[in-house]
Design a protein around this ligand. Structure first.
Ligand code: F6R
Ligand code: ZN
Length: 192
């Protein structure tokens, strides 16, 4: 038992339609201007920023001790839309503790969880309401919204996992999801 005493159990309310947590301790909001360097069409991103710099995604969290044994959980809400032809997506990251896995349960929307390893493997798992995706240890992960409504997921992972964005920022993922003429196209690329 910790010397500081036992933590009290608690519950939270989640609006499954709006994809928001009632009374979160923290909301991390990412706008178009935070996504420079991530999309293929940089000029289209600049146009989106100039047109009002919209909010692209939010993460709602409760504050928990960032210690082994605790399970961090959050609601991730990614808006629908495109930058040029490319579907809105999260930045994506490895965990700082690279051996920390994560669970994604899709609550609403449609899209993908794109994953990759430093060894060059990649995986693209479909996301839709009721789909649970397991992100194993050592796999970087990014959500992609290819639908027309918000892509909302419940995520759970070891509280001491941390986030490592640096490598994804420079290397990107080997695939991109585009919408062309109303249809989804998955394009492969070496990097970026
Ligand atoms: C936590 C996790 C998700 C993402 C969220 C936003 O480990 O994977 O909660 O943090 O979907 O994506 P990023 O953090 O890549 O901007
Ligand atoms: Zn993660």
């Amino acid at each position: 038992m910790p010397t500081s005493g036992l933590m009290q159990p608690f519950g939270v309310d989640v609006d499954l339609i709006e994809g928001i947590m009632t009374a979160p301790d923290r909301i991390a909001a990412t706008k178009a201007s935070d996504m420079r360097g991530y999309y293929q069409d940089a000029a289209a991103l600049e146009r989106l920023i100039e047109s009002g710099d919209p909010l692209l995604y939010e993460v709602f969290e409760k504050r928990l001790p960032l210690e082994p044994g605790h399970v961090m959980f959050c609601i991730s809400k990614l808006q629908p839309g495109r930058v040029g032809q490319e579907c809105f997506m999260t930045k994506g990251h490895y965990h700082e503790t690279a051996g920390a896995a994560e669970l994604y349960l899709c609550l609403r929307g449609r899209g993908y969880l794109l994953m990759k390893t430093a060894e060059g493997q990649s995986a693209l798992e479909p996301m839709y309401r009721g789909r649970l995706v397991y992100v194993p240890p050592y796999w970087a992960h990014r959500s992609i919204n290819s639908g027309q409504e918000p892509l909302i997921s419940l995520c759970a992972y070891p509280a001491d996992a941390g986030h490592n964005y640096g490598e994804i920022e420079t290397e990107g993922f080997p695939q991109r999801v585009l919408l062309r003429g109303g249809g989804e196209v998955i394009v492969s690329q070496a990097a970026g």
